[in-house]
Design a protein around this ligand. Structure first.
Ligand code: TH1
Length: 835
């Protein structure tokens, strides 16, 4: 393998070296770069440079700096010829890049000074950036946190995804209803590098012809159909306090040059040749806005194959340059499947090895299964991907054949292990014998990988004992493992809450905790330090004031920053139970209304803050949003209530808003029906920022409780092992709803929050249709637990102590720990330090 340097002939090397870009290191150098970019790259006069232009120029200056280290990292990885990790994810919820880049390269203070000299405030410049919102929620944000950790820990790793022209829609709330507006984010994106020379032609449709080679072996040829071209766009991913800068490669679709039909064009059919062009571009046009839901759309399957095929072509091309034998592929390449969305990669690699490279099936299959790992993120049946066999046959005829062969050989091994067990065979078959027949993607992912992991302990136990239990019998328990999710402390503490990060640094011996989060435990030594606790509380208050101002500005509602801020921000979903929260709020409102003015004066003021998007086609989720807004409209202007209760719906919740909201929370809600939330990761962010949790025994809440101590968390509700029995009882026994919840329902149906029939279906889901999410079972313990919260919040000194103790014990939840577990237990890769 030649390094780039070696490819330049000796006599010219001097000139190249002399002019190598190093990037600025001080304020003067930074200012020079900004001014140069304003004048040349942006072609603007210095005298009409607004905040937008200043943002652009600042980003370009930092981008230039990143490129140098990025090139160096890539060269180092290529020459070292070590194993790389490829993280395949249909979603990367990156948020903003500038602040992160400044902090990771350690030049934010330099930039602050420079920006100030040039007449701007750095906070205003940061605010100019449009979020890169190529994801729905936790799954996409997890991928983004993983990229940060991979780079920070110096792992040679690439992310592969799709470059959607439209990210997750922008949410507007109009008359209390969610309205979706397209998110066109690419107008100016300084963080991406188009690689017009890195393209891959991707085939769809067509048919399969079989022939015999000279040895009489049958060879499959996938012919005809249509071709779409994938173009690479690269984004540098800087590590924190290390020169390592990894790559996120996103594919964009365009018509292949052959596709622009010159025949049609010459025949004067210009319009239809342009239409072909646009059809090709549609593939990477839009992110599907469903979280935890599979809708089985043909275009989604096209997206998946397009992205997977381009990525594998790229990975294989890189491997082939090393001139190694194929059996060494798994020593050079680890590919992680982020949920089942990239599962076709298993089939595509088998196809490349067998059909194109001519390997024997078994040898190829060994390589494939040693290469892949599969992470499951949900047990919800509506989220488990299945594709109709007919659709697969039409779109990817050769892949369907390979899937049938994979299934055949797999079922043969099952048959050997469990002779005459027909039930077992039908239950684990990759092909579901339904009408129509379906390909079960999770089963394919399990069969095609050497490790399968869940994302929190309870979740990993559940997949091994429920949805995948037969596979544990077949493959053994060792194939299944847990890697509890984590979050990057760089973005979710240092960047989102700079004052808290400084305070922690002052008590733990500098910012080392950002590289080793377990060092937070030193904070416990300072817990009796009055000045420390005072400063801690002041920071929380300042963060709440900031959110208060934002609420005033955007919603024109005045809230009291001294009130308890109770926050639930996440995708809207029945299983996440925002309806339980709002029913609780209505209950609180009714209780306040029933009090005498004297009694009211003794109550603790509370602000209930909601935020999150509903999938556009998820009617019930949209009803929930509507109810919350309608309750807010009544409560917030009720003179009896005043500051005692405010209900806020924050529009368009996204990563950059989370960075403002999370540090301002006193209490956050993670109240899913037990057994439904695989992990949750915002729970970790809230605790890390000095907020407490009210939550169910679900997902990572359980491990958070174990780490921070049960006296520091407000747990309530049904346990996962009791869920099935309760559901059964609701449907087959008599299901009654307690009187407090019935009063809430009666109030809703009396038309207090709109028309009497507005929320009939939401009420009926609990009262009459089996209450699948156990809202009625958990309501009373939820209300009682919220009462305990009120009581405990009054004792501010003890509350602050609980917050500090919790933060001190959160070290486990760094995504660095999580990535190290993947590296050791699944990928078998080592860090590679640059320079
Ligand atoms: C989420 C899970 O719901 C959440 O509990 C978990 O913390 C997160 O993944 C990260 O592990 C999921 N998001 C999606 C999105 C789609 C399909 C399945 C899931 S599971 C589109």
């Amino acid at each position: 393998v030649k390094s780039v340097e070696a490819s330049i002939p000796e006599p010219q090397r001097e000139a190249w070296k002399k002019h190598q870009v190093e990037g600025f290191t001080d304020k003067d150098g930074f200012e020079k770069e900004v001014v140069r970019h304003v004048e040349t790259t942006l072609a603007r006069s210095l005298f009409n440079c607004d905040e937008g232009a200043a943002y652009s120029a600042t980003s370009l200056a930092f981008r230039d700096r990143l490129i140098t280290e990025w090139n160096r990292t890539q060269q180092r990885q290529t020459t070292a010829d070590t194993k790389r990790v490829y993280y395949l994810s249909l979603e990367f919820l990156m948020g903003r890049a500038l602040d992160n880049a400044m902090l990771n390269v350690g030049l934010k203070d330099v930039a602050r000074g420079g920006i100030d000299d040039l007449g701007f405030r750095i906070e205003d410049i940061i605010e100019q950036e449009h979020d890169a919102a190529l994801g729905n929620g936790g799954l996409g944000r997890l991928a983004a946190c993983f990229l940060d950790s991979l780079a920070s820990l110096n792992y040679p790793a690439w992310g592969y995804g799709l470059r959607y022209r439209y990210g997750i829609f922008k949410q507007e709330i109009i008359n209390g209803y969610q309205v979706e507006v397209p998110d066109y984010w690419l107008d100016f994106n300084p963080w991406e590098f188009p690689r017009h020379d890195v393209t891959v032609d991707i085939q769809f449709y067509g048919n399969v012809r079989k022939s015999q080679d000279e040895n009489g072996k049958t060879v499959a040829h996938w012919e005809g159909g249509e071709i779409v071209t994938a173009v690479a766009y690269d984004m540098p991913i800087p590590g924190y306090a290390t020169p390592s800068t990894n790559n996120l490669r996103l594919w964009s679709s365009k018509a292949s040059s052959g596709e622009f039909d010159f025949q049609k064009f010459n025949n004067g059919d210009y319009e239809s040749s342009v239409a072909d062009q646009q059809r090709a571009e549609t593939i990477s046009a839009v992110l599907y806005p469903n979280d935890n839901l599979d809708r089985g759309k043909e275009l989604r399957l096209k997206q998946q194959y397009f992205w997977v095929a381009a990525s594998l072509y790229d990975i294989v091309r890189r491997f082939k340059k090393s001139k190694r034998a194929w059996r060494e592929f798994p020593d050079q390449v680890a590919i992680q499947l982020n949920d089942t969305h990239p599962t076709l990669a298993v089939v595509e690699l088998q196809r490349i090895l067998v059909d194109i490279e001519g390997l024997e099936w078994d040898e190829a299959w060994n390589i494939v299964t040693s290469t892949f790992g599969y992470t499951n993120h949900t047990v919800l049946p509506e989220a488990l991907e299945k594709w109709p066999v007919g659709l697969m046959q039409h779109l990817l005829p050769r892949h369907l054949q390979i899937i049938y062969d994979i299934n055949l050989f797999f079922l043969q091994t099952v048959e050997k292990k469990f002779p005459n067990d027909r039930e077992m065979l039908t239950s684990v078959s990759i092909i579901e014998e339904s009408q129509p027949k379906m390909v079960r993607m999770a089963y394919l992912a399990i069969v095609g990988s050497h490790k399968v992991n869940g994302v929190a302990e309870l979740h990993s136990d559940l997949i091994q004992t429920t949805i995948f239990k037969d596979f544990v019998k077949i493959f053994g328990a060792d194939k299944f493992t847990n890697v509890t999710n984590g979050i990057t402390p760089r973005r979710w503490l240092h960047q989102a809450n700079p004052r808290l990060s400084e305070l922690i640094a002052s008590k733990t011996g500098g910012h080392e905790f950002l590289k080793d989060l377990t060092q937070l435990n030193k904070l416990e030594l300072s817990i009796d330090d009055d000045a420390f606790r005072k400063e801690w509380a002041e920071i929380k208050y300042a963060n709440k004031v900031r959110l208060t101002k934002y609420i005033k500005k955007t919603l024109d509602v005045t809230v009291n920053p001294a009130a308890l801020f109770d926050v639930q921000v996440k995708r809207i979903h029945e299983y996440k139970r925002q309806q339980l929260n709002i029913f609780g709020v209505i209950h609180r409102y009714l209780a306040l209304k029933a009090m005498s003015p004297e009694e009211r004066k003794k109550q603790l003021p509370r602000v209930s803050i909601f935020g999150g998007k509903a999938a556009p086609g998820y009617w019930m989720a949209k009803q929930i949003i509507h109810l919350i807004n309608n309750v807010g409209a009544v409560v917030n202007k009720d003179p009896d209530i005043g500051d005692l209760l405010k209900v806020i719906y924050l529009e368009d919740y996204n990563v950059s808003k989370a960075e403002m909201i999370v540090p301002a929370s006193d209490l956050s809600e993670h109240i899913s029906t037990a057994g439904t939330e695989a992990s949750g990761t915002s729970n970790m962010k809230f605790v890390l920022n000095g907020g407490l949790i009210i939550g169910t025994c679900d997902g990572a809440n359980i491990e958070i409780t174990r780490e921070i101590g049960q006296e520091n968390i407000f747990l309530f509700g049904t346990l996962s092992e009791d869920v099935e029995d309760l559901r059964h009882a609701h449907t087959y026994g008599s299901h009654t709803v307690d009187s407090d919840l019935n009063k809430v329902f009666d109030t809703i149906q009396s038309g207090t929050f709109g028309e009497p029939n507005d929320f009939g279906a939401m009420v009926a889901a609990v009262r009459d249709h089996g209450d699948f999410y156990l809202v009625s079972d958990d309501f009373q313990s939820y209300i009682d637990t919220q009462k305990m919260v009120d009581t405990e919040y009054r004792n501010q000194d003890e509350w602050v102590r609980k917050c500090i103790r919790s933060v001190a014990r959160m070290g486990f939840f760094s995504s660095d720990r999580c990535i190290n577990e993947y590296a050791e237990g699944i990928w078998n890769v080592e860090p590679l330090v640059v320079k």
